[in-house]
Design a protein around this ligand. Structure first.
Ligand code: NAP
Length: 459
């Protein structure tokens, strides 16, 4: 097989962390490469911009590395291009030697319980996108007028949304939280935020640093029932074998022994508790029926099993935070059960396990929604190594620099290049500087396009 024509051209679909890590790995591995990064939104950085909590500015610092990638002359950014709708993956395959899919997991898992669709019952995914100014969720308008919020799940996303609900608005003012969220949170009447873990404290998915933050909130007392921390022998063994879980449990014991300081809000952690039904009043969630669980060892996995005991909790806002889920990309195989694009770990595979020529995958859409941002780096590097070692990369019909812009222009797609993003970025930062914040996010797609146009005209 002859070597691919030069430069090697790669289209990366999804300009979140995984897409940027893949782009960076390509640039480091080869000089003669052209990387085209596509995103559905006008803005790059995916979950770093729209998923990481606004009060976790340090985690967002990774965008500095991504910016360097974006400024490399071998990289082009095509924002506001919905691959699968504006252009197909096959159309990209005809214009690039390889396509890397790094579209993340944009949907969420549901609980499958009665009342889940009542007003006031939302997914954490939506709530997070709303407070982070994602243009498709700017109008979510979660109702914060009740006293009791319940967050289902004890992973890091649950910790994020519980913390944002428990903080005072003054603690969020200096962040890049969306203006609409700042206004709504300023009016919030939430007094208690209850987090529900279906299994025990030893099985919670949060990481130590994130858990500890919950004990240092200026506006909320952390409440843990010491009885919830009496472990069964299997959980005890699990904690002894896992240093991080040991630290988490020690922290929870300390929290359980600390009397409340009378702060305005209470953040309550509950374990072995599952929502079984949501009850509404006038179409809005009002209460949650919570079932008590016990743990049952199933081949080493400690599963939550209902005991039949139930209680009623006040629940004016319910946020389910039980995991993200990938959605299908038109024209690409999809494993609906796992919510991922099937692959051999790097290259996309058909249902029969045979590889899809020149199409690769990395990040959450390939392996599922797990790990922190940095986890995606080795994953993307591995995918790029496989791509670069692929002896069967197909030769595209037209890999010329003009081919993709011509296709988008012919379709009337108003695509956003890196200059447009930098113009929007400057507008957001300037507004932020005036307000003593890192940036003030523009939260509508039209306003983003207009802001970039306006800034470029002024330049
Ligand atoms: P996660 O870590 O997988 O946690 C999901 C939680 O939902 C678990 O507690 C799980 O309990 C629970 N759950 C699942 N199905 C449930 C059901 N039917 N009823 C009740 N509970 C249920 O997922 P995540 O919180 O969405 O986070 C996704 C990834 O992003 C994680 O790797 C996380 O660490 C990362 N992240 C990191 C940060 C950070 O570094 N600051 C911030 C946000 C997210 P079981 O264990 O019983 O299944």
């Amino acid at each position: 097989m002859s070597a691919p024509s030069s430069p090697l051209t790669v289209a990366i679909v999804g300009a979140g962390p995984s897409g940027f890590f893949a782009a960076d790995a390509l640039l480091k591995a080869r000089d003669d490469v052209r990387v085209d990064l596509f995103d559905r939104l006008p803005t790059p950085f995916g979950l770093v911009r729209y998923g990481v909590a606004p009060d976790h500015a340090k985690i967002k610092a990774v965008t500095r590395t991504f910016e360097a990638t974006l400024r490399d002359s071998r990289v082009r950014f095509f924002g506001n291009v919905d691959v699968g709708r504006d252009v197909t993956v096959d159309e990209l395959r005809a214009r690039a030697h390889a396509v890397v899919l790094s579209v993340g997991a944009s949907s969420d898992r549901s609980l499958g319980i009665e009342g889940e669709d009542l007003a006031g019952s939302l997914s954490a995914t939506e709530f997070v996108a709303w407070y982070n100014g994602h243009p498709e969720y700017a109008d979510l308008a979660p109702d914060l007028s009740g006293r009791h919020a319940v967050v289902v799940g004890v992973g890091n996303v649950a910790v994020d949304v519980a913390r944002v609900l428990a903080k005072s608005v003054d603690e969020l003012r200096g962040t890049d939280v969306a203006d609409h969220a700042l206004e709504a949170l300023a009016e919030s009447r939430i007094e208690t935020v209850t987090m529900l873990g279906r299994r025990g404290p030893a099985q919670a998915k949060w990481t130590t640093k994130e858990l500890r933050e919950l004990g240092a909130l200026a506006n909320a007392d952390l409440e843990v029932d010491p009885a919830d921390l009496d472990l069964d022998p299997a959980s005890q063994r699990a904690v002894e074998a896992d240093a991080a879980q040991g630290r988490n449990l020690a922290f929870l014991r300390e929290a359980a022994a600390t009397p409340p300081a009378g702060k305005p809000r209470t953040l309550r952690l509950r374990f072995l508790a599952s929502p079984t039904r949501l009850l509404g009043r006038d179409g809005h969630v009002h209460q949650m029926i919570v079932g008590r669980n016990r743990l049952e060892d199933r081949d080493g996995y400690l599963a939550a099993v209902a005991t039949g005991e139930e209680e009623t909790l006040g629940a004016d806002l319910v946020l389910r935070s039980v995991g993200y889920r990938g959605v299908p990309l038109p024209g690409v195989p999809f494993d609906a059960k796992r919510g991922v694009i099937p692959s051999d770990g790097d290259q996309v595979t058909h249902e029969d396990g045979t590889p899809v020529s020149g199409v690769y995958v990395c990040g959450w859409i390939g392996r599922g929604p797990s790990g922190v941002i940095g986890t995606n780096k080795p994953d993307a590097v591995h995918t790029v190594e496989a791509l670069l070692g692929d002896p069967h990369l197909p030769e595209p019909d037209d890999p010329s620099d003009a081919a993709i812009p011509a296709l988008l222009d012919a379709r009337g797609v108003r695509w956003f290049d890196a200059d447009a993003w930098h113009a929007l970025d400057a507008v957001e930062r300037a507004a932020g500087e005036a307000a003593g914040r890192p940036r003030v996010k523009v939260t509508s797609r039209e306003a983003m396009l207009d802001a970039a146009d306006g800034a470029r005209l002024d330049a």
